[in-house]
Design a protein around this ligand. Structure first.
Ligand code: FAI
Length: 523
């Protein structure tokens, strides 16, 4: 890489004109000659800043409604010409070097996402000359500087002012990488959009080719196990309220498992809106969940479900964490990650006493990842996210006995928790507290047994509790076992061949049972 290079001539061609005029004025002051395309040149000229039209340089008018403006050897030769190698050929053809390209592309992503855009509008927003120039300038980073985003302008000008108008090799290279990333994302948007169209031109959810763009947030010390390498990437524009929008306020470096478990804890807790909730996660499963009047009470009751598993857990809240809550948690147990939308100053000051505890802040937001992906051998499984919720009105009472109002409240709570427990999932709950959680078993009846064992170990009382099952009971044995444990009401999807046998069992035992008609497998 060569050293700092003086900017003498710049080409400005921007769709997004944010910051254009101050930039053009500053470049002019630094003695840089400005070239520009139609609309950009007009804006600069109207601001009284001297500028030359590209068409004057190419000796060709812009034509075809802007489809052809800069696709010319006088432009690309000016960007691609190598210092010391191409000087003679440039002189022979009268090609003047262009040292700086400031360019951003037609807004394809915005226009194609707008339901009011016509297909012709969308096609016209496929930028051709822009990506070509970005590639030329970025390829020639040894001599040329490129800027694709208004957020880069100030730092670039500062560097030029501090170096008599020159830009360092490191900046040129960094900006070139940004430019190639920008073009890659742009082309992915076009490819995803066009390859999602069906024979009638209607966009489908899953394109024929999927091109993803993620940006690295950080390298991780290792993956799920120490012999695996790992890194964390996020969407280019993360959805507000999702894990990738976290700020780490303190604590040790986050690990791969911390992030995976934090996602499970946060997604589960943020679904509760009516009152403070706490979710404690271990190995991607909630081991204790509760809703109560305060964050502290919610934590106390979530912890009660399974104090053994809560050790070293991820603890997430849907409300601010105050001093009492932080102090109770940190004085009592080892915690890997604490997550909340906010923390009081006193709570944060207390957390600092346990400097290793990772404290994450995730602002609330209603967004959800639209698509879930899972890697399988040389393939990718894609599905829409499991965002289906069930209202009380949708429940179908299938037994002679209907649930009481309290049972109904607890059934809805247990159902929301079961959605976040790995299948087969069984959740026992009472008074908005998990009493026992049976997760990840290959048979439903064993998950039920485990939920019972957990409750017993924690000294919680199962008789009088309700039970949620993420999928239907294939046989009556699950209901028989629940009744024997003292469960009084059941929520499950229904839909088994033997539903009648299962309903008969519930009636025999005097249980109330409701069907949701919705299944929540989670693998
Ligand atoms: N066709 C071309 O030669 C061409 N050269 C530059 N552009 C784009 O034209 C836009 C700027 O246009 P204007 O200066 O007229 O507002 C930029 O987004 C730039 O990427 C072009 N437009 C589309 O392909």
């Amino acid at each position: 890489m060569s050293d700092a290079i003086q900017i003498r001539r710049a080409l400005l061609s921007v769709s997004d004109k944010t910051g254009l005029l101050p930039l053009a004025a500053a470049l002019h002051e630094l003695g840089v000659e400005l070239l520009s395309t139609g609309g950009t040149a007009k804006a600069i000229r109207e601001a009284g800043i001297p500028v030359r039209d590209v068409s004057e340089v190419t000796q060709f008018p812009e034509m075809m409604d802007g489809r052809v403006k800069t696709l010319h050897p006088m432009v690309h030769g000016g960007l691609l010409g190598r210092a010391g190698l191409d000087d003679a050929v440039m002189a022979e053809h009268g090609i003047g070097a262009i040292d700086l390209l400031v360019l951003n592309l037609y807004p394809f992503a915005r226009v194609s996402a707008d339901p009011n855009s016509s297909f012709d509008d969308i096609i016209e927003n496929i930028d051709i000359g822009g990506p070509a120039m970005l590639r030329s300038a970025a390829k020639n980073f040894a001599r040329v500087t490129v800027a694709v985003d208004p957020s880069q302008y100030d730092a670039l000008l500062d560097e030029m002012r501090a170096n008599q108008g020159a830009v360092s090799a490191a900046t040129r290279f960094k900006h070139a990488v940004t430019a190639f990333n920008n073009v890659a994302f742009y082309d992915a948007c076009i490819s995803n959009y066009l390859s999602s169209l069906d024979a009638d031109g209607k966009p489908q959810l899953f394109p024929a080719q999927n091109n993803s763009n993620f940006v690295k947030v950080m390298d991780l010390r290792y993956g799920e196990n120490p012999h695996q390498h790992a890194a964390f990437y996020r969407d280019l524009w993360p959805v507000p309220g999702t894990l990738a929008t976290f700020t780490q306020l303190q604590g040790k470096e986050l690990s791969y498992n911390n992030l995976a478990d934090s996602d499970a804890a946060w997604e589960c807790v943020r679904q509760f809106k009516s009152s403070p909730a706490c979710v404690i996660v271990k190995h991607a499963n909630p081991c204790g969940v509760a809703q109560n009047d305060t964050a502290l009470q919610a934590y106390e009751r979530a912890y009660q479900t399974d104090p053994t598993s809560a050790f070293g857990g991820i603890i997430a809240f849907n409300v601010e964490v105050n001093l009492d809550t932080a102090k109770t948690i940190l004085d009592r147990q080892f915690v890997e990650v604490l997550i909340a939308p906010s923390y009081s100053d006193e709570a944060l000051a207390y957390c600092r006493k346990k400097a290793n505890v990772r404290v994450l802040q995730i602002p609330h937001g209603d967004g959800l990842n639209n698509i879930d992906v899972k890697r399988v051998g040389s393939g990718l499984l894609m599905q829409t996210q499991d965002i289906r919720t069930v209202t009380v009105d949708e429940l179908k009472v299938v037994t002679q006995l209907a649930p009481t109002a309290e049972q109904l409240r607890d059934l809805m709570f247990a159902w929301q928790v079961a959605k976040f427990v790995k299948s087969n999932a069984i959740v026992y709950a009472k008074d908005l507290q998990t009493v026992g959680v049976g997760a990840g078993q290959m048979s439903r009846v064993y998950s039920a047994r485990i939920a019972g064992i957990k409750a017993e170990d924690a000294g919680l009382v199962v008789p009088g509790s309700v039970m949620a099952s993420d999928a239907f009971f294939p046989f009556r044995d699950g209901i028989d076992a629940a009744a024997a444990a003292g469960i009084k009401a059941v929520i499950q999807p229904g839909g088994s061949m033997r539903d009648q046998e299962v309903i008969d069992a519930a009636n025999e035992h005097g249980l109330a049972m409701v069907f949701t008609g919705v299944r929540h497998f989670r693998h």
